[in-house]
Design a protein around this ligand. Structure first.
Ligand code: C2E
Ligand code: C2E
Ligand code: C2E
Length: 91
């Protein structure tokens, strides 16, 4: 079976991430901005990130990929259900 960090796509909620007041998320926001730039993906409200980049980011936060996912979870910056995420717009 896949390790937990590869079982599901890691999708960031960019609004939640960029608006979050906690300075602890600074490195995540920096990486997301840099990825948007490299992909030319400026208009999205969400960003799918590579498992490889999550691994590197975990090193920055002195944790494991699953530890980082938990942290991002606690900060409320992950999107799990894309359908539900986009459906909530239609209200
Ligand atoms: P690259 O790695 O040579 O990828 C070239 C193109 O292949 C990407 O252009 C994208 O259209 C496609 N591609 C590569 N991997 C994937 C993937 O896992 N899923 C999907 N859906 N498409 C993929 P793009 O997006 O314009 O990115 C240009 C270059 O920017 C990439 O060249 C890479 O060097 C860098 N880049 C983009 N996104 C990331 C990222 O999330 N992490 C890292 N480390 N580099 C990225
Ligand atoms: P998915 O990866 O599950 O993404 C569902 C929707 O979430 C996408 O609909 C898009 O609106 C949004 N989304 C996901 N990741 C990103 C992101 O990094 N940036 C932005 N701006 N939006 C994101 P969309 O574009 O209609 O794509 C539907 C499905 O088509 C995707 O499902 C994926 O399975 C596939 N797909 C789209 N583009 C590519 C591509 O370049 N390469 C590959 N391999 N698959 C793609
Ligand atoms: P995805 O497009 O559904 O791709 C799922 C996995 O398939 C990727 O997980 C990667 O392991 C593999 N894969 C897909 N396309 C390529 C490719 O062109 N080259 C290589 N070497 N592997 C590929 P990964 O890397 O964890 O990425 C997760 C998601 O992040 C991707 O889901 C995609 O939505 C997004 N992503 C990653 N890299 C790029 C990129 O360079 N450009 C864009 N636009 N999206 C990317």
């Amino acid at each position: 079976p896949l390790p937990v960090e590869q079982a599901e796509k890691i999708v960031l909620n960019l609004e939640a991430l960029y608006d979050h007041p906690d300075a602890d998320l600074e490195h995540v926001a920096k990486l997301a901005r840099s990825i948007q730039q490299r992909r030319g993906d400026y208009n999205g409200r969400i960003l799918s990130i590579r498992a490889d980049d999550l691994y590197t980011l975990a090193v920055v936060y002195s944790t494991t990929p699953s530890g980082l996912i938990e942290k991002l979870e606690d900060f409320g910056v992950l999107v799990h259900d894309l359908q539900a995420f986009f459906a909530s717009d239609a209200e």
